[in-house]
Design a protein around this ligand. Structure first.
Ligand code: GUN
Length: 289
């Protein structure tokens, strides 16, 4: 039997519609236009694509988008100066510094310089701590998008065994906190986990966030499981001169024959990340009233 394909693209579009409606209300009722500042340092091609997409979607939802493109050799002092200005700017409600930063910049220092109330990525140490301790917070966009897809598909997650493969601060750890908060039983797996395949086979919910193309094989999946593939891996085209291919961390063709439901790449988690970023921005803007 073939799995249901979870349509993250359509779900994300419905969230963006609601964000646009909320943005319209804030403008009408309070004369307030939610503003998102996107900061990109350097020339990383993937980051350029992501940031352009975030800015385009923010504008399409009626928000103000403030774009800051900084040279690769920008100093920490210059970047921290920009963040101070954005923190103080009443037209900016959300600040996003695209990661990864060039290696000479200390990401933790930079992220923690953002006003936590404007930290729409949810990466600031105080937002990470709030999430880990079950308090309301700015929630990182990718795991939030995954949780919304899971709740939409499954409903109540109580008692489900969720296996999160990957322990990053951006996805794995906050994903585990969100799943725990939804009463799932959570295992966090990583490169040193013994018998990773055996652990994955126990998962009712499998979230793959490792950044290794096709690493999760079809026979690692419990029949009927819900599989969320966070990986966005760029592979060279199979044909001469063709476009790069995007593939996930899961061997999609094999997994869809076993899983109950699965997110595709592209068109699964990716669009949800941006929709949740816009939702966080409109919430940040609404909070200041
Ligand atoms: N790099 C990869 N994912 C993200 C994200 O969600 N936010 C930021 N700021 N950078 C990223």
């Amino acid at each position: 039997m073939s799995a249901d394909i979870i349509d993250g693209k359509a779900f994300a579009a419905s969230i963006r519609d609601r964000v646009a409606a909320a943005t319209g209300n804030l403008k009408e009722e309070f004369g307030l236009t939610p503003g998102l500042a996107v900061v990109l340092v350097g020339e990383d091609p993937a980051s350029q694509v992501y940031t352009r997409s975030k800015e385009r979607m923010a504008t399409a939802a009626g928000m103000a988008s403030f774009e800051h493109r900084l040279a690769e050799e920008t100093t920490e002092r210059e970047l921290l100066g920009l963040i101070d200005n954005l923190n103080a700017d009443p037209e900016v409600h959300g600040i996003l510094v695209q990661l990864p930063l060039p290696p000479h910049l200390d990401s933790a220092l930079v992220i923690n310089a953002i006003d936590p109330n404007k930290d729409v990525d949810g990466f600031h140490i105080s937002n990470a701590g709030r999430l880990a301790t079950g308090q309301t917070s700015m929630v990182p966009c990718t795991p939030l998008g995954c949780l919304l897809l899971l709740k939409d598909r499954i409903g109540d997650l109580s008692g489900k065994h969720a296996v999160v493969v990957g322990r990053s601060n951006i996805v794995g750890k906050p994903m585990a906190s969100l799943l725990l908060g939804a009463n799932a039983t959570v295992s966090i797996a990583h490169s040193r986990t013994a018998d990773l395949a055996g652990l994955c086979r126990q998962a009712d919910i499998l979230v793959a966030a490792v950044g290794r193309p096709g690493m999760i094989e079809g026979d690692w999946i419990k029949p009927g499981a819900t599989v969320i593939d966070v990986g966005i891996n760029r592979l060279p085209s199979e044909t001469e001169g063709g476009k790069d291919r995007l593939v996930g961390d899961v061997d999609f063709a094999a997994a869809k024959e076993v899983a109950g439901a699965i997110t595709p790449v592209p068109g699964g988690v990716g669009p949800m990340t941006i929709a949740c970023l816009l939702a966080n921005t409109v919430v940040a803007a609404a909070r200041i009233n």
